[in-house]
Design a protein. Sequence first.
Length: 114
Amino acid sequence: MAASASFLGWRTFIESARRIFLGVGVPIYQGYGLTETSPIVSSNYPKNRVGSSGQPIPHSEVRIASDGEVQVRGPMIMQGYYKRPDATREVLDDEAGFQPATSLSRQRQLSLHH
């Protein structure tokens, strides 16, 4: 019987725990996402590059602004916060897309690849 894969949304995955899962035949894949991105933006599946958040998923557009801010566009992005138009305007922009409070300089664990 083949082992199935597991996706974990942990910000940092503990190396010893990763080895335990791999030791029993369950590969661990990493990714990046938020609730507002329903819930994934990128994944390192099928190329399991340890420490990488992988490539953007199909039909998404990810770019890094000059200030290091991650900007995401695609059909998986929320339409807005329920009854909170001001909060929605803070993170959604027609040109840039969804702009979470995440930057590569503030979140060193995030490593996107093309």
